[in-house]
Design a protein around this ligand. Structure first.
Ligand code: ZN
Length: 250
């Protein structure tokens, strides 16, 4: 059998097994298994810790910085990470330990899908250009990881705004896709971290204002040329907020 077919059969077997296990869990009324197909933490993490497990935590709390700040995803558990973890805990009614602990990890498992994206956003939503994230201003892997950080920020923003849907109208763009829509030559959409948000549950200004607290260094919205029909957010290196009709400026 060709390797691809073998993989497909194996996948089917695994799905069948998962269904059986799921059925058994329901039958015994056991707790739902945590959704940790993405990443599982093996121990508590506190200020001073470092490593990939810290980095994984930083990605997931990156929507909880101090206003106007961006949480560094550097694997170093410093005071900004501690404060972000505590804000995340507060947002979900957990005790504010400022540590990576089992209550925090379980909430994250509950919020994330097996591909590490948060519950209410998907990689496909952040990329309607090409499926392999290539052709932008950075490598495909970097564009995709930038989009992941942006999705966790949007998840935090969505939660802070009453858990109502946020509508992403544009995310990652290759150079070709960016040219097609007439995007700026240095657009953050080429880096994967930009998201354009359309009005829906919230007005463009409500979203531009909330984005200030969610780790977005770039905010462009109503009053900025070309941004009267969407609010753009990104995590460029230095702060650039310009949505003058909303009172959102640097
Ligand atoms: Zn944009």
């Amino acid at each position: 059998m060709p390797r691809r077919a073998v993989r497909a059969v194996l996948a089917l077997v695994m799905v069948a097994a998962a269904v059986l296990v799921g059925t058994a869990a329901v039958a015994t009324a056991g707790p739902a298994a945590p959704k940790d197909g993405c990443f599982t933490w093996s121990h508590d993490l506190a200020e001073g810790a470092s490593g990939d497990d810290v980095k994984q935590l930083q990605i997931r709390v990156s929507g909880y910085p101090a206003s106007g700040e961006v949480i560094a995803v550097d694997g170093e558990f410093g005071p900004a990470t501690k404060a972000a973890v505590a804000r995340f805990q507060k947002a979900y009614g957990l005790s504010e330990t400022g540590k990576g602990d089992s209550a925090t990890y379980n909430k994250i498992y509950e919020l994330q899908d097996d591909d590490c994206s948060p519950a209410h956003f998907a990689f496909g939503e952040l990329n309607n250009c090409n499926s392999d994230w290539s052709g932008g201003a950075v490598s495909a892997a970097e564009a995709k990881s930038n989009a992941l950080r942006t999705m966790w920020k949007l998840e935090a923003m969505r939660h802070a705004m009453g858990d109502k849907p946020l509508r992403v109208t544009s995310g990652f763009r290759s150079k070709a896709c960016n040219d097609q829509v007439g995007g700026a030559a240095s657009s953050r959409h080429l880096f994967g971290d930009a998201a354009d948000l359309g009005a829906g549950s919230h007005s463009l200004c409500e979203m531009a204002k909330e984005a200030r607290n969610r780790g977005f260094h770039g905010i462009l919205g109503p009053g900025f040329p070309g941004h009267d029909d969407h609010t753009h957010v990104d995590h460029r290196s230095s702060k650039y907020w310009d949505a003058p009709d909303c009172g959102v400026t640097n």
